[in-house]
Structure formats: structure tokens, C-alpha cells
Design a protein around this ligand. Structure first.
Ligand code: XBP
Ligand code: MG
Length: 237
């Protein structure tokens, strides 16, 4: 039987990447950098999971001299930029820039009422999750989720399966009793490497990704019921 649903956050629960992109750009200008990530560039850079990893990756792309900077100094600069990015993102979320994707809240509430366990498996930081879900679900948002694994507990970012493996371990369930929800190829790879049946809801940033191996690819979770999930899950055994 299907006992638990495990959700990615960015791109899956909500279309957060527009706000993330704007927050990165705000942090770059605050740091005096003339970098600007437009949508096509950001779409490509999303292949690198994790904000800090993404900044460091771009730095290496545009600054060939990166080897001459010592690793500690680079990490400090990336951390500084990322701290500002996180603050900017939180402010945007508080201002109402991001809502849950259609069908997400209904599915979470009905799964919870049906006694299923709910978990979060994301590469983003705890403060970003809290900002988003408090604004979207209210102050009791965390009572819905039995397990939350994030950047603070799983340093190996997707497509590495660490975040999913730790989620399963904490749920104390085998993968075949769980289902993952993702929006990206990296997320799908991570979930599949943890042997999870995975439902994909792509968005504008991930529409062209390769979703081979997904249980289902659906445009959104609008109208999706627990009975649908149980049906789909049955076909994955
Ligand atoms: C999403 C990400 C995140 C955000 C930025 O991946 O890669 O890094 O873009 O968040 P996923 P941070 O949905 O697969 O978890 O800056 O907090 O890392
Ligand atoms: Mg995602």
C-alpha cells in the first residue's frame, strides 16, 4: 500500500524559481557584481542544484581566474552572496510573490486526513521552506509533515539521492510504500536512485527536461486525488 508522499519544494509545491532568480540578481547587485541571470540563463543554471553551488558554478564559468582565488575565500564570498539572496527571497515570499501550485494544498490536506504520512525532501534551506509554507499554509504548516530533509541535513544535492534516502530512513518505510513528487530531471534522478515511484509536474523552467523513468508526468496536481495516486502506484509494482 501507499503510505507516504514525499514532496520536493522548489518548482513542485510552488513555482518558486521566479522569486529565486530575482533574489539572486538582487544579491549580485548588492555585492557590486555586474552579473544578471535572465530566464534562459537561469533555466540552464538550474541544472546545478542548490543556490550556493549554482553561484560557485557560474563564478567558475565567467571567471577563468577562479583557480587563483583560494577555496576558502571563494566559499566566503559565495556564502555572503547567498545570505543576501536568502534574505531577498524571504522578503519576496512574505510580500506574497509565491503561491502553492494548483491542487497541492488539497492533495496534502486529503492525504493527511486519510492518515498518510507526508514528508519534504528538498535542496533548499530550512528558512526558505518555512517562509514559503508559513505564508501558503499558515502558522501550523509543519504539523502536516512528519519528516523534513533539506540543505541543512542533506549536503549532497540532487541528483544525489541522499535527501531521499534520509527521508525514507526517518519515515522508517521502504521506497515501494512511498511516492515522490518532483518537477526536475535532477529531482527525478535523486528519487529514482532511492527507488521511489515519482510523479512529475513540470514548470516553465523544467518543461524540456528528460523525465524518462517517471511514474507519471502531469501538468499539475489540480484535481488529482488520493485514489488516483493509489491507482498510479499500483501500476508501479
Ligand atoms: C531547487 C534548487 C534550489 C533553489 C535555490 O532544487 O536548486 O537551490 O533554486 O534555493 P530542488 P537555495 O527543487 O530539486 O530541491 O538558494 O536555498 O539553495
Ligand atoms: Mg524542484
Amino acid at each position: 500500500p501507499l503510505r507516504a508522499l514525499i514532496f520536493d519544494v522548489d518548482g513542485t509545491l510552488a513555482d518558486t524559481e521566479h522569486a529565486h532568480r530575482a533574489a539572486f540578481n538582487e544579491a549580485f547587485s548588492e555585492a557590486g557584481l555586474e552579473w544578471h541571470w535572465d530566464e534562459p540563463l537561469y533555466t540552464r543554471l538550474l541544472e546545478v542544484s542548490g543556490g550556493k553551488e549554482r553561484i560557485a558554478h557560474y563564478w567558475k564559468e565567467v571567471r577563468g581566474d577562479v583557480k587563483s582565488i583560494d577555496a576558502g575565500a571563494l566559499a566566503d564570498t559565495v556564502q555572503h552572496i547567498h545570505d543576501h539572496k536568502t534574505a531577498a527571497y524571504e522578503r519576496m515570499v512574505h510580500e506574497g510573490a509565491v503561491q502553492l501550485r494548483p491542487g497541492v494544498l488539497r492533495l496534502i490536506e486529503s492525504a493527511f486526513r486519510a492518515g498518510m504520512r507526508l514528508a519534504i525532501a528538498t535542496t533548499t534551506s530550512p528558512v526558505n521552506i518555512a517562509a514559503l509554507l508559513r505564508s501558503a499554509m499558515g502558522p501550523d504548516w509543519s504539523s502536516f509533515f512528519q519528516v523534513i530533509e533539506d540543505a541543512s541535513t542533506a549536503p549532497h544535492k540532487k541528483p544525489h539521492p541522499q535527501v531521499y534516502l534520509q527521508t525514507l530512513q526517518r519515515l522508517q518505510l521502504p521506497p515501494f510504500e512511498c511516492m515522490a513528487f518532483e518537477d526536475s530531471a535532477n529531482g527525478l534522478k535523486a528519487a529514482r536512485a532511492a527507488r521511489l515511484a515519482t510523479v512529475i509536474t513540470p514548470n516553465s523552467f523544467t518543461a524540456r527536461h528528460d523525465f524518462t523513468g517517471a511514474l507519471r508526468v502531469v501538468s499539475s496536481l489540480r484535481g488529482t486525488t488520493i485514489a488516483d495516486l493509489q491507482d498510479w502506484h499500483g501500476t508501479s509494482q
